[in-house]
Design a protein around this ligand. Structure first.
Ligand code: FES
Length: 423
């Protein structure tokens, strides 16, 4: 027997017609019903406590290397850091039109984001309810999701439309076998999902509160610095790096410390002594879920005698780090974002999306040259990050120190992470 809920093209195996009681009753399973045991707090407490964020920056030591190498700590961290709160997963143009979709992974969570036929943005766990096959792959347009394993078919609203060859099945309520929904929203040009267990899925429009929950008071700062929906998407680049996800974040948050040594081409286009870091340190507010999770680093462009770099970077570069893993870089006519996804204690993926002011989107020579320069910087960073991971895994290293004049944002990141893991 097969179950048909909506008029779609049917296979010869489809036998019965079935009507759902209501669309809402379908969404009864939540991530909190996961069968996997959650990592215990007690077993990780010792590792977390090896960092003390109360010590002032000038005297503080960095988190221990076990934060970057220990498998049990890693699993605990993913659960606490990525499975709650808003997380950036994509950009608005990916689901501009009805039937657009894209897929992704956050820790062990496989998700699909789509715009249904009525124009409503939706997100679901990308897992078939029959035998757990991944349902959708990549990006594109679909009118429904057909499982590649046995053909169960779901609408873009998550409803199970067709269950093939289930003749004889008993105690099967189709309303309980739709895709499991996730909270989804947009802020400016970005798409966010929220895996928190205590949020009702698909509640009404939450966009108004997302800016505050995701960015705190920095939402206005970012908008004022040209981080908005007016730029056009240019391209995406993806890098798999053999390092813990935090190594990449730390590298980003050192206030330009490494630029003069490791990115000589980039350094010539920036006034490195003009770096200004802003991070708000009220971790008491963090405990009330009102904390500031964004730090910004602002650097002036370089001198006019290096016109190549100046063209790309403009007169000011703004680097915003949105805890835990999203970086927004606005410079000259460009904006790029870096999304750092944990793949294991010593592996991560970084997704770069590039956006450009409309007036330059047809200037292919400018785009090509800019992307080449950016690619060179990423390659240099990958070498640095993989070298640091090897050092962290060495018995010679446990903790390090901060350079107080430049590494404020990194210290802020570690403090927010500590509070996130401790509460
Ligand atoms: S696992 Fe999807 S239809 Fe069987």
């Amino acid at each position: 027997m097969a179950i048909l809920l909506k008029p779609i093209s049917l296979s010869s195996e489809t036998l019965n017609i079935y009507k759902p009681k209501s669309k809402k009753s379908h969404f009864i399973k939540k991530i909190s019903n996961s069968c996997s045991p959650k990592p215990s707090f007690e077993s990780q407490k010792r590792i977390i406590s090896e960092f003390n964020p109360k010590i002032p920056l000038e005297q503080a030591v960095t988190p221990p290397s076990s934060w970057y190498t220990d498998n049990g700590y890693y699993e605990f961290e993913v659960d606490r850091v990525f499975y709650q709160g808003w997380q950036a997963v994509g950009y608005a143009e990916q689901t501009k039109d009805p039937h657009d979709f894209f897929t992704g992974r956050l820790g062990n969570v496989q998700y699909v984001v789509c715009r249904d036929g009525n124009g409503k943005l939706r997100a679901f766990h990308n897992v078939c309810r029959h035998h757990a096959s991944i349902l959708a792959v990549g990006t594109g347009q679909k009118s429904c999701f057909v499982c590649p394993y046995h053909g169960w078919t779901y609408g873009l609203d998550g409803l199970l439309l067709k269950a093939t060859r289930i003749s004889g099945i008993q105690n099967f309520d189709v309303n309980e076998f739709g895709l499991i929904p996730l909270q989804v929203a947009t802020w400016g040009p970005f798409i966010l999902i929220n895996l928190s267990k205590n949020i009702q899925p698909q509640q009404k429009d939450v966009s108004n509160i997302v800016g505050h929950e995701w960015l705190g008071s920095c939402a206005e700062v970012l908008s004022a610095n040209g981080i908005d929906s007016s730029l056009s998407f240019v391209c995406r680049r993806e890098y798999t790096i053999e390092c813990n996800w935090k190594v990449f974040c730390d590298n980003y948050l050192d206030g330009g410390y490494h630029v003069a040594y490791a990115h000589k081409g980039l350094a010539s286009g920036l006034k490195l002594d003009s770096y200004v870091t802003t991070a708000i340190f009220d971790r008491l507010m963090l405990m009330k879920q009102l904390y500031e999770k964004v730090s910004t680093q602002i650097c002036e462009g370089g001198s006019l005698d290096n016109s190549d770099a100046f063209d790309r970077l403009g007169s000011k570069a703004v680097y915003a780090f949105v805890y835990p893993n999203f970086m927004i870089n606005r410079y000259g006519p460009w904006m790029d974002t870096n999304l750092v996804l944990p793949l294991g204690p010593s592996k991560c993926q970084v997704i770069f999306d590039y956006f450009l002011e409309d007036s330059l989107k047809d200037d292919l020579a400018f785009i090509e040259r800019s992307l080449e320069e950016s690619e060179r910087v990423q390659m240099e960073d990958i070498v640095l990050c993989e070298g640091v991971q090897k050092g962290l895994e060495s018995p010679a290293y446990c903790t390090g120190r901060y350079a107080p004049a430049v590494e404020k944002a990194m210290y802020h990141f570690h403090g927010v992470l500590y509070d996130n893991l401790s509460t």
